[in-house]
Ligand binder design. Structure first.
Ligand code: PLP
Length: 384
């Protein structure tokens, strides 16, 4: 089996499992208590927070552990929007049309049900935001800008530090979804000029169901959840100690070995892209040719349905994904590809191949040997 769906989820690193295991059966106290068990849990939380803060270049007080990337995005966007409105600062948000639904649907709901307004920045055919458009979109009542570091469907990276500089010049909080980027990009919050940054565990070889949110000191945030005073009163709920130990360990491993892994993956990714485009007629790369994640190759194949490609690849032992979702039997083209200007039919033929730690050159050879035949057969079949 060849697994090329690391953008969807990654296996948990055995070193991460080893780090988290004692916190299930040996150290299980509620960190709010005062006895030894509780203090041991509290220490694990504080050590993990310190580790994450060092990796992101911030203070431990600026780190919130959450239950997933979606929750991190929700707390950031809702929290800032509510705090800003409460302070009478305005109701206008700026975002891009290619955000993950964790961002997009949160902002849509604020607009549809709570009277906020949004400006969607245009993106070019590679899915990149233009800095001049960010500047133009800003209004006196703009209270938040949210643009992702890298896109989950097409791998395109955004000029985050530059957008952050514009936001800062206007004193507007800037949120970025770094869920896909965390494994492959540096996440120093000072260099990125961000005020809020979201990470998810299961994209960086930690388990599913844990996330991180960085919130710069001084950023207005009204916590959407209410309850106890955990996470510096910003995310109540008894801390999931094994999982936050896991995400801190995973982030440490992935960020420490990032340069070597990126240098290993880029030639594999580039060979995959070059050979697919050379050997499959009417194939097209989606996303930016160079400003893209090190592990990410994505294409469209005119005349093919994405589900057909995925099912045939799966039968051949290759696990991949597409950009479109099919919930009601009628395939819907991806909002990302549509925003990038792809025709509806073509957007229904998306294939995403995302490499990871176990991916080898021989896996890429196998894909290159099998994919052209899959596309050819599918085109023949669909023309009948
Ligand atoms: N943001 C991006 C860009 C993602 O790709 C994902 C997951 O696919 C999420 C947010 C949501 O993360 P989680 O699955 O941890 O809720």
């Amino acid at each position: 089996m060849i697994y090329l769906d690391h953008a969807a989820s990654t296996p948990t690193d055995p070193r991460v499992v080893e780090a988290m295991l004692p916190y299930f059966t040996e150290i299980y106290g509620n960190a709010s208590g005062i006895h030894q068990q509780a203090r041991a849990s509290a220490k694990a939380i504080s050590d993990s927070r310190q580790k994450v803060a060092e990796l992101l270049g911030c203070s431990p007080k600026e780190i919130i552990f959450t239950a997933c990337g979606t929750e991190s995005d929700n707390i950031a966007i809702r929290g800032v929007a509510w705090a800003q409105r409460h302070a009478g600062r305005g109701h206008h948000l700026i975002t891009s049309p290619i955000e993950h639904s964790a961002v997009q649907k949160t902002i849509d709901q604020l607009c549809d049900k709570f009277g906020f307004e949004q400006t969607l920045l245009p993106v070019d055919s590679y899915g990149r935001v233009n800095l001049a458009d960010v500047e133009t979109a800003i209004r006196p009542e703009t209270i938040l800008i949210s643009v992702m570091v890298a896109n989950n469907e097409v791998g395109t990276c955004q000029p985050i530090a530059e957008i952050g500089a514009i936001a800062r010049a206007h004193n507007i909080p800037f949120h970025t979804d770094a869920v896909q980027a965390a494994a492959y990009e540096s996440l120093n919050v000072e260099s990125l000029n961000v005020d809020l940054l979201a990470i998810s565990g299961h994209k960086i070889y930690a388990p599913k169901g844990v996330g991180i949110l960085y919130v710069r000191n001084g950023t207005p945030l009204l916590p959407p959840f209410t309850g106890g005073s955990h996470e510096n009163k910003r995310r109540p709920g008894t801390e999931n100690v094994p999982y936050l130990v896991a995400i801190a360990k995973a982030l440490e491993l992935i960020q420490t070995h990032q340069a070597e892994e990126v240098a290993r993956l880029i030639p594999l990714r580039d060979r995959l892209i070059t050979e697919v485009l050379a050997h499959i007629p009417d194939s097209q790369l989606t996303g930016h040719p160079t400003e893209r994640l090190a592990n990410h190759a994505s294409f469209v194949f005119a005349g093919c349905e994405a589900d057909g490609i995925l099912m045939r690849l799966d039968m051949l032992g290759i696990q991949a994904a597409s950009g479109s979702s099919c919930t009601t039997g009628m395939p819907e083209p991806s909002h990302v590809l549509m925003a990038m200007g792809l025709p509806h039919e073509l957007a229904l033929s998306a294939l995403r191949l995302t490499l990871g730690q176990q991916t080898t050159a021989s896996d890429i050879d196998t894909v290159l040997a099998k994919l052209p035949g899959v596309i050819e057969k599918l085109r023949e079949f669909q023309q009948r």
